[in-house]
Design a binder for this molecule. Structure first.
Ligand code: NAD
Ligand code: IPM
Ligand code: MN
Length: 354
């Protein structure tokens, strides 16, 4: 029987609540599909700061590196917001593990599920658009990591930088994925102002020459933010830099009803990491009401991208669709007439439909 080792980093806020549901789903899928998952827990983020004084302990990095995949909840919260930036859960934990694993491509698929039409805030001509798009966010460079960075009493400095190698790598990823979808890539940048974007666009054009079957278009990020709201159905694959991808993917999640529905896969050199695109949601943490579907769908992406367990991945996404079709709704995706269930009941509803 095939056996896989999974590093489980539940993190902070709603992380542990939604992770618990994802693990139960995974356990059941493994049994149904005939493979074994060995879960090993590690600390990250605020939980790690509280337990051992650092947001990313060495043991967690070691665990990640000797695992087949990493499943992450979320990090951060008001408790740790006063720490120096590099010690906080976000920089010291999440960005640090992204760097350690060289996670360069972050895939954030957004889909408006049948039955959730009411939640889509955009209805051009009174009709709910068909939304099925994928943000391919560059995750290892840009303004998140560019040097120098500095914070003094009177000045905060970040550097937005892209090099040819980093852009080439993310473009290949986007074009390859587009081949499996509708063969359209929209590259989003700010090439009318930023040098880093001028290079970005140049490299996008160069790489596109190797993919003559895929159509490449370019859009400035300000327009893209508007077009996502005016006419979201025009998009299929959006490839963009680290900061723009962070912002546009949250915006696109709203088109499908909630951030609680948006999974992600972060692809690296060797070990990939899977996490919901949203955060630790301190406003609802500890109440048992968070939507576990982003975490559960991230687990499905893990089966697909890291373990090659395609049937298991399909089983999960179909079970999610069935649970939604059968009317299960957490608060964030509940319409005016829906009955609202909690995190556990939603997890259970998915499990029963595997
Ligand atoms: P957030 O994504 O945590 O929450 C934004 C809104 O979406 C909130 O109203 C929240 O309740 C809702 N939401 C998010 N996930 C949900 C779910 N599964 N079910 C139902 N509702 C959900 O963003 P924020 O409030 O800006 O940030 C809170 C903390 O999370 C901060 O410390 C931030 O740095 C951190 N954060 C972490 C990650 C990550 O670990 N990947 C991502 C984003 C933000
Ligand atoms: C995300 C988050 C992170 C990011 C933060 C918490 C560092 O917002 O994964 O989208 O900006 O990448
Ligand atoms: Mn974000």
């Amino acid at each position: 029987m095939k056996e896989y080792k999974i590093a489980v980093l539940e993190g902070d806020g709603i992380g542990p609540e939604v992770m618990s549901e994802a693990l139960k789903v995974l356990f059941e899928v493994a049994e149904l599909e005939g493979f074994t998952l060995n879960f090993e827990n590690g600390l990250i983020g605020g939980a790690a700061i509280d337990a051992c004084g650092t947001a990313l302990p060495d043991e967690t990095v070691d665990l990640a590196l000797r695992s087949d995949a990493v499943l992450l909840g979320s990090v951060g919260g008001p408790k740790w917001d006063k720490l120096p930036p590099q010690e906080r859960p976000e920089l010291g934990g999440l960005l640090a593990i992204r760097k350690k694993l060289n996670l360069f491509a972050n895939l954030r698929p957004v889909k408006l599920y049948p039955g959730l039409d009411e939640l889509c805030p955009i209805k051009p001509g009174g009709k709910t658009p068909a939304i099925d798009l994928l943000t391919v966010r560059e995750l290892s460079g840009g303004i998140y990591f560019g040097q120098p960075k500095e914070l003094t009493e009177n000045e905060g400095l970040d550097t937005m930088i892209y090099d040819r190698k980093t852009v080439t790598q993310i473009m290949h990823e986007a074009f390859k994925i587009a081949r499996l979808r509708s063969k359209k890539v929209c590259s989003v940048d700010k090439a009318n102002v930023l040098r880093s974007s001028i290079l970005w666009r140049e490299v996008a054009e160069e790489v596109s020459n190797e993919y003559s079957d895929v159509e490449l278009s370019h859009m400035y990020v300000d327009n893209a933010a508007m077009q996502l709201i005016l006419n979201p159905a025009q998009f299929d694959v959006i490839v963009t830099g680290n900061l723009f991808g962070d912002i546009l993917s949250d915006e696109s999640a709203a088109l499908a009803g909630s951030l609680g529905m948006l999974p992600s896969a972060s692809l690296g050199d060797k070990v990939h990491l899977f996490e919901p695109s949203g955060g630790s949601a301190p406003d609802i943490a500890g109440k048992g009401i968070a939507n576990p579907l982003a975490q559960i769908l991230s687990a499905a992406m893990m089966l697909e991208y890291s373990l090659g367990e395609i049937a298991g991945a399909k089983r999960i996404s179909q079970a999610v669709e069935k649970a939604l079709a059968d009317g299960f709704r957490t608060g964030d995706i509940a319409g005016s007439k829906d009955k609202v269930v909690g995190t556990r009941e939603m997890g259970e509803a998915v499990r029963q439909r595997l």
